[in-house]
Write a protein that binds this ligand. Sequence first.
Ligand code: 5GP
Length: 124
Amino acid sequence: MPIDATEPYHADNIFAKILRGEIPSSKVYEDEWAYAFEDINPQAEIHTLVIPKGEYVSWDDFSTSASAEEIAGFVRAVGKVARDKGLVEPGYRLLANVGAHGGQEVPHFHVHIFGGQSLGRMIA
Ligand code: 5GP
């Protein structure tokens, strides 16, 4: 069920629970700003999620309210995860769903990294 990206942050969402270690995840990378883990229902050969450690509902919330340090740290983490997975030379795709039309289901901002195969056109 897609979320309303204008709603306030709720700390009971599934990615907040993953960040707190309350539910397991397949960890890929972690630093001060970001946590990366494998998507539970992969849509490509490689499908990794990167989330900021701060409490932001969506790209809209993050881009509006996160500090410059948080934004820089998060963006560098996304790049590092893709680089460390060897995706730069073959190429990859980033995706951030926002709200209902974007199909966003988890109300903690996240970027999808897709790779490991040719990904076709932008939108199926
Ligand atoms: P969205 O549609 O919000 O952009 O994407 C949410 C993503 O989170 C989906 O690709 C879904 O498979 C993934 N996901 C949902 N619940 C869990 C979970 O408990 N663990 C992991 N690793 N991924 C999840």
